[in-house]
Design a protein around this ligand. Sequence first.
Ligand code: GDP
Ligand code: MG
Length: 164
Amino acid sequence: PLPIVAIVGRPNVGKSTLVNRLSESKDSIVHDQPGITRDRTYRHAYWQDREFSVVDTGGLIFDDDTEFLPLIREQVMVALAEATVAIFVVDGQTGVTGGDEAIASWLREHSVPVLLAVNKCESPTAGLIQAAQFWELGLGNPFPISGIHGSGTGELLDELIQYL
Ligand code: GDP
Ligand code: MG
């Protein structure tokens, strides 16, 4: 079986877009509506000579009380339990939110290695500043990326395959 990379983060930060980018597949559900991807979906991906499976998760919501919340959390738990490494996606345009901090403290208690992807960083120069804000999450180096444009994903993947 292929190693599993779990993509976690708040709704609407760009998880599904990143999964599509990493797998170059356009059939994953991507909508503007927050949290639309309720189920885990798997995509085959590779980088250099490494193959892996990317699992999209429903949004991790810690400061909301929707009826789906327990189900979403359970899906994320399952995805993380089987994951070799997780990519925690945050929104570089909104900056650090309370939800990000809650997820970060929860991830720090898990043993799975976490890479921090600061999405929506289309501008290389602004992206560095946007990404630097996320050092405070205590999850190491924040990688500025754009799931839409693909910028920065090479550096993220170079780091990712060290864990596979
Ligand atoms: P998810 O809820 O975390 O799966 O997020 P989606 O992938 O569905 O994206 C949520 C919204 O963010 C959509 O409107 C996307 O077009 C937008 N988005 C995703 N990735 C990027 C990006 O790299 N840059 C910008 N500017 N917007 C993005
Ligand atoms: Mg999604």
